[in-house]
Design a protein around this ligand. Structure first.
Ligand code: IMP
Length: 190
């Protein structure tokens, strides 16, 4: 059994990691550690900075997830500011910003970083394309799930729920890519 902890205060992220990794025999606990939030231009920069910090503090077997929603007609906003934008504007504020915009294309991106015992690092980034809905729909998931409709769907992430979200989402894809790399790198405990 491999055991890793996830550094997050977001129960939705933790649920999605557990859902995807438990079937692979990877236990995910919640880490109480934290990293200083830096303002960077990409998700990967944020993750790399945090991994460096963890290394310095000798913290191992911890995963980090930095994600964001990028809206084409808003020049990629909120992107790396997604967490702040969700707290201040929320889904309603984003819909208001897009009130008269016809181009509703957007994508979610997720960068996962992990520092393993022995010092090896894994960094993977994956995304999912879609569009911003005209109104909030659904009650499952978290964050911007009620306003994001993935390509090939008519329902939002908040309407389809974790069983259908994980197979196609930015995070589900990143977690699976991460797991493939991990199995080749991990030093197994009993
Ligand atoms: P961070 O990764 O903790 O910096 O947060 C990024 C923000 O993006 C979160 O607060 C959410 O609002 C949003 N976000 C990231 N991933 C998802 C997702 O899978 N669904 C909905 N919103 C998300």
């Amino acid at each position: 059994m491999i055991s890793l902890s996830l550094m997050t205060s977001n129960p939705g992220k933790l649920r999605e990691f557990r859902h995807e990794l438990s079937s692979l025999g990877i236990e995910v606990t919640k880490s109480s550690e934290d990293c200083e939030e830096i303002q960077a231009e990409t998700l990967e920069e944020v993750v790399r900075y945090c991994l460096k910090d963890l290394k310095r503090r000798k913290i191992r077997d911890v995963m980090i997830d930095d994600s964001g929603l990028f809206i084409d007609s808003l020049g990629g906003f909120p992107g790396v500011y997604s967490s702040y934008a969700f707290k201040t504007l929320g889904c309603k504020g984003i819909l208001k910003l897009m009130d008269r915009l016809d181009d509703r294309k957007a994508h979610f991106s997720c960068c996962i970083g992990c520092l393993l015992r022995g010092g090896k690092e894994i960094i993977v980034t994956e995304g999912v394309k879609g569009r911003i809905s005209a109104e909030e729909r659904g009650s499952q998931g978290f964050g911007f799930d009620p306003i994001f409709v993935p390509d090939g769907e008519s329902r939002t992430f908040a309407e389809i729920g974790i069983e259908e979200k994980n197979p196609i989402s930015h995070r589900g894809r990143a977690i699976r890519a991460f797991a493939i790399t991990l199995t080749g790198k991990v030093e197994r405990t009993k």
